[in-house]
Write a protein that binds this ligand. Structure first.
Ligand code: ZN
Length: 158
């Protein structure tokens, strides 16, 4: 999980072949990108990405070419710890279809406040720069996937 980070232009991943760090630009997350060093095809982020700052969060939401699933959580929250492994499964299975990020509402209280997060865990789906769905409470991976599928399908047909 520590191998994936956000910077001001994209998601930084480590090449599985050669260890080189590569940036996947937010606007091109849905495309195929090759490692700048060894030319191996880089896989889309397959783990939840911990958001380090609200500026990173805003850039990702505004520019991502894939839907973004946000898990609002806090270290003291028991149900959040149950969601974490489920979210890991979702991120691995849905790599390249949507991006999964985690927002620690203790560390990034401004985000929790701005989006009016009243209980955790809360899952939200962002697409095209805006929030399109939200759901509170812990749930297993297949229900999270169904929630995201439904949210993104609603948008594409409207
Ligand atoms: Zn490489």
């Amino acid at each position: 999980m520590a191998e994936i980070n956000l910077d001001d232009r994209g998601v930084v991943v480590v090449c599985a072949q050669c260890g080189q760090k590569n940036r996947l630009a937010y606007e091109r997350l849905s495309g195929t990108v090759r490692c700048g060093s060894c030319k191996a095809t880089l896989s889309a982020p397959g783990s939840p990405i911990e958001v380090a700052s609200s500026a990173d969060f805003d850039r990702l939401i505004a520019r991502s070419s894939l839907p973004v699933v946000v898990d609002y959580w806090a270290p003291w929250c028991g149900p959040c710890r149950m969601v974490a492994p489920e979210l890991q499964k979702v991120a691995a299975r849905q790599a390249g279809r949507f991006v999964v990020v985690k927002v620690n509402t203790d560390a990034l209280g401004d985000l929790g406040e701005r989006f009016g997060i009243r209980s955790i865990p809360t899952l939200a789906v962002f697409d095209g720069g805006r929030e399109i769905a939200r759901s509170s409470g812990a749930r297993p991976a297949n229900e999270i996937e169904a929630f995201v599928e439904q949210a993104t399908r609603t948008r594409s047909t409207s």
